[in-house]
Design a protein around this ligand. Structure first.
Ligand code: SF4
Length: 383
């Protein structure tokens, strides 16, 4: 198991335009003034947070700039924010994983070199597809060539840990098209790849178009075929599947996300960002103006708060942990919660083992190959 610890997430809520499937909080049509106000607000917020328990007592091992589209921010502001975070909190010196999400065509080689110099050591590039028509249909503001170009200049800029994001199950997508995209992506030899099935989020333009019958998504069998293609293609590469949707070369797993899957603590900064500490989870309101005002007046920014009791926190840790292909360590779980998972789940666990959806190997409980494809069904029984 990779060593993980608490992480800091900065939500950068700006995008060039809104992709048709996206329900994340982000603003479009932003101007320089708004961006500078956001930067000033984050800086002030850091000053407040660095004095607060538990954050002031933790040593963070990862920093992640996500969005939105962080690469819309001018590079000097990104560099300033990452420096500010490192000065505000205790961050493992010299070894912290510091990631940033970038979108194709929003940053050039010079900017990427500066990000490296500022301390970012991991890049996540949002490809989503390598088919221009598909990209257009889902409202991505870049071409396949932009994606390939951004990847190439990122390597030239010295990034040795690059992840790419792809989506499958796109409108009218055929398995052959997915297979072609996958082959092209593998030719790049990425260190890490995240592949998500497109899911319809209520209220998005894509969900409305599907509801109206104007757009159709591939059926379940077709999606299963795409998943089989993914397994086959990946098996010829050095990438290993370590989570339901994530694959990495040995030594390149995303430590920031591993902390989420271990149900660890994390501090979220920015509108819409979520923080968690020992069973309590709370989000910052999805409102840029409110975030800016509250940060300036050092007010509390808690939006929705969820406090899990001990058993609910335990069950959640089991479910999130099972997303990892190596599964969960029952002894460690028992040490952490003083609950024996085998006794706690009793017959439910026996049934899942009998149906070969879960497997038990010594102290490790994990999804089987079959269980990985039916993860939602398994989770529903363990909730
Ligand atoms: S770039 Fe990312 S965050 Fe922005 S709208 Fe598209 S999917 Fe959503």
């Amino acid at each position: 198991m990779d060593k993980t610890g608490p992480g800091i997430y900065l939500h950068v809520p700006f995008c060039l335009s809104k992709c048709s499937y996206c329900s994340f909080y982000s603003c479009t049509g932003t101007d320089d003034t708004l961006i500078r106000q956001y930067h000033a607000a984050v800086t002030r917020r850091l000053t407040t947070l660095q004095q607060l328990v538990p954050w002031k007592d933790l040593t963070f091992t990862t920093i992640f700039f996500g969005g939105g589209t962080p690469s819309i921010l001018p590079v000097p502001l990104l560099a300033d924010l990452v420096t500010h975070i490192q000065k505000s909190f205790s961050v493992t010196s010299g070894q912290a994983e510091i990631s940033i999400e970038v979108n194709p065509a929003t940053i050039n080689q010079e900017g990427l070199v500066k990000l490296r110099q500022a301390g970012f050591n991991r890049l996540s590039i949002g490809f989503q597809s390598l088919d221009d028509q598909q990209l257009k249909r889902i409202g991505r503001p870049h071409s396949a060539n932009d994606a390939l170009e951004t990847y190439a200049v990122a390597r030239k800029a010295g990034f040795t840990n690059i992840s790419i994001d792809l989506m499958y199950g796109l409108p009218d997508q055929a398995p052959q098209q997915w297979s072609k995209i996958l082959d092209q992506a593998m030719e790049l030899e990425p260190d890490h790849i995240s592949m998500y099935e497109l899911t319809l989020e209520a209220g998005t333009p894509l969900a409305t178009a599907v509801d109206k019958g104007a757009v159709s998504l591939p059926d379940e069998d077709t999606v299963m075929e795409m998943m089989a293609t993914t397994r086959e293609t990946i098996s010829h590469t050095p990438l290993e599947r370590y989570e339901i949707s994530n694959y990495a070369r040995p030594g390149y797993r995303c430590l920031h996300n591993l902390n989420y899957w271990n149900n660890g603590s994390y501090l979220g900064i920015g509108p819409g960002a979520v923080s968690a500490f020992e069973g309590k989870r709370w989000s910052t309101r999805e409102d840029l103006a409110q975030f800016t005002n509250a940060a300036n007046s050092h007010e509390s920014q808690e939006g929705e708060v969820e406090v899990l009791d001990h058993e609910a926190y335990f069950r959640e840790t089991v479910m999130i942990g099972l997303r990892l292909t190596e599964g969960i360590d029952l002894k460690k779980l028992h040490d952490r919660f003083s609950i024996d998972p085998v006794i706690y789940y009793g017959k439910t666990l026996t049934h899942l083992l009998d149906r070969k959806l879960l497997k038990l190997d010594g102290q490790k409980l994990s999804l089987t190959h079959h269980g990985l494809a039916l993860a939602n069904t398994v989770m529903a029984e363990l909730v």
